[in-house]
Design a protein around this ligand. Sequence first.
Ligand SMILES: Cc1cc2nc3c(=O)[nH]c(=O)nc-3n(C[C@H](O)[C@H](O)[C@H](O)COP(=O)(O)OP(=O)(O)OC[C@H]3O[C@@H](n4cnc5c(N)ncnc54)[C@H](O)[C@@H]3O)c2cc1C
Length: 384
Amino acid sequence: MSFTEASFQELKSEIDAWVRGPGEEYANVIEQTGSVPPELFADLKQHGYFSLAAPEHLGGKGIPFDRYLELMEIFSRSHGSVRMLVHVINGTWRAMEPFATDEQRESIIKPSVAGDTLVAFTLTEATAGSGADLRSTVRREGDTYILNGEKHLITFGVKCNYWLLAARLEGATGKEGFIALLLPNTGLPGVEVIDDSETMGIRGTDHAILRFTNVAVPVSARLGDEGEGLAVTLGGFLLPSRVSVAMSCVGLAERAQELAVEYANRRETFGKRIAERQAIQFMLAENYADIAAARALVLEAARAFEAGAANAGILSSASKMIAVDMITRVTDKALQIHGGQGYWKRNTIERVYRDARAPRFEEGTNEIQKQVVARAVLNGTSAY
Ligand SMILES: Cc1cc2nc3c(=O)[nH]c(=O)nc-3n(C[C@H](O)[C@H](O)[C@H](O)COP(=O)(O)OP(=O)(O)OC[C@H]3O[C@@H](n4cnc5c(N)ncnc54)[C@H](O)[C@@H]3O)c2cc1C
C-alpha cells in the first residue's frame, strides 16, 4: 500500500474495530489460558499488522514512523501481548536492515516482516547491567565462533526462530569487541532454553532464560562486522523503539481512562453517580491532561526521528521518561475510581494496571533514560 491519508484513516478505523472486537475476545482467552493462541498470531499476520512500519522493499507498508505510532496507540489499548507482538515485529527489522547481507535480508528480515519468522531481541543478562555491560562472550576459531554466556528476560525467547544476540569478543574491553549474531533457535548443541513466562502482566507472551555453553556458531551468522554489535543492538534500534514503547503507554493510559469514565458513570454511592463527585472529576481531568501532554511529546519525538533531527535521541529518551511516569499515575487513578472492584480480575482495569508496569523496564528504565538526557543537556546538544 502506498501511503495516502484516506487509506491511512481507513486502516485506523479497521484497527480500532479489531481491537474492540476480536482483540478483546483474544484478551479474555489469553487471561484465561495464560498463553497467546496461535490463531491470534495468524489473525494479526493475515491483517498485515506485522508489516506496517517496514519499507516496501522489505515487504512492508512503508507507513512513516510518526504515523505508524498513531496505529501503535490504538493497538496498545488492547491486551499487553497484542501490543508486544505488534511493537516488536514492526521494530526488529530496523536493527537488522542496515547491517544485513543479501542472504540475511532474504532469509530472515523479509520473512520476519511477513510474520513468518520471529526474531527475539536478546541483550539483557542476569549478571551484567543493562545495555553495553555484557558478559556473554565469543571466541573465534576459524570460520566458527564459540559462544558462552547467559541471557534473561528475553521476550519471545522460547518460541522465536532467531535470537538477535549481542556478545563480546573474548578479552575485548571497548566497543570494538561487540558483535551481533543471528542465532537460529533450532536446538543447537550447548543451547539451553528455559521458559520463564510467569510475569505480572503481558500474560501469554513467552519469555526465556537462555544459556549458551561452548555453542559453535558459523561466522556467517554474524550481523554486521566485528565491533558493530553495539550499533546493531543499541544504535538505530533503541531510539525509535523507546518512542514506540512511550506511545504504548499513551494508548494503554487512554484505555484505563475509558474504563474509569464508564465505571464512574455507572457506579452510584450515597444516592449519586460517582462521576458527579468533584474528587472523581478531578482525577479524570488530571488523567486527560497527563495523557494529552505525554502524547504531544511522543509525537514530537516520533517526528524528530522521522526527520533525522539532531535532537531525536534526547527526545526519544525524554518521551519515554514522561510517558512511563504518566501511565503509572493514570492507571493508578483509573483503578482508584473503580474502588475495590478494580482489584478483582473480572474487571479489565486489573489487567490494564498490571500490563502498565512493564514499559517502565522495556528499552531501559527511567534511571537509564535520565542518564541519556542529562548527557545531552550537559554537553550542549539538547536544543529544543
Ligand atoms: C516485559 C519485559 C520484556 C523485556 N524484554 C526484553 C527483551 O526482549 N530483550 C532484552 O534484551 N531485554 C528485555 N527486557 C529487559 C529490560 O530491557 C531490562 O529489564 C531493563 O533494561 C532493566 O535492566 P535490568 O532488568 O538488568 O535492571 P538492572 O540493570 O538490574 O537495574 C536494577 C535497578 O537499578 C537501576 N540501575 C541500574 N543501573 C543503574 C545505573 N548505572 N545508574 C542508576 N540506576 C541504575 C535500574 O534503573 C533499576 O531500577 C525486558 C524486560 C521486561 C520487564
